[in-house]
Ligand binder design. Structure first.
Ligand SMILES: [Zn+2]
Length: 216
């Protein structure tokens, strides 16, 4: 932990990025190290995320970690045990704005708080309280996925359905990771965008350059 004037201080870490960027894997990796060091850890996830077994957080690659489902951010405060040193919070974007206060309170009590979540929604907008958490955190990691269309580094989550509402829980079929150039927030292009062969990848780049030049 961060040494501060002779005593140990808590802090906030945020792991964010689009879907399929390995956020939960990274959260699990950090929590495993904590367990190896025999520090007491508690993990929470919002009950809205019921795509996998409820008492676990689970990555797409099927790694899993026991956790406590909660309905509100405040519940996390109520459930913290006296000897807990590290708190993991998955799917942080789904909590209300009070998640930021909860994270600050826990860090101020000397706990290490690790939050993982989507930094942007399917429209590319900052998601829930993630912007606040990113500002308040001591440490931020922005992970990238691989763009399903062009193979570049992806920072966006593309929704492939026309369902309304920001929260559509599920993985695989309904979403894919895309780079800024291939991201289509209004889904004007049908989902069956063919993956470009690598040899033709540059085809759309000159257009982008032209567009950028035209807007200067
Ligand atoms: Zn792309």
């Amino acid at each position: 932990m961060f040494a501060h004037q002779g005593r140990y201080s808590g802090w906030i870490e945020v792991v964010c990025g689009p879907m399929f960027s390995g956020k939960t894997e990274e959260l699990i990796r950090r929590l495993k190290l904590v367990q190896i060091a025999k520090q007491r850890v508690q993990i929470f996830k919002p009950v809205i995320d019921d795509r996998y077994d409820e008492a676990y957080i689970m990555s797409h690659s099927a790694q899993r970690f026991e956790c406590e489902p909660v309905s509100t951010a405040k519940e996390i405060l109520d459930k913290i045990h006296d000897n807990t040193r590290v708190v993991g919070i998955d799917e942080a974007q789904f909590y209300s704005e009070e998640i930021a206060d909860v994270a600050v309170k826990l860090a101020n009590r000397g706990l290490r708080v690790i939050l993982a979540g989507l930094d942007q929604d399917y429209k590319g907008r900052p998601f829930g309280s993630m912007p606040t958490l990113l500002a308040l955190a001591e440490s931020v990691l922005k992970l990238k996925a691989i763009c399903k269309v062009c193979g570049g580094l992806a920072s966006k989550t593309q929704r492939l359905t026309t369902d309304q509402g920001t929260v559509v829980v599920g993985s695989g079929e309904a979403y894919e990771a895309r780079c800024r150039a291939c991201f289509d927030p209004d889904l004007s292009v049908e989902r069956a965008v063919p993956a470009l062969p690598l040899s033709k990848k540059k085809k759309h780049e000159p257009e982008l350059v032209k567009k950028a030049e035209a807007s200067l």
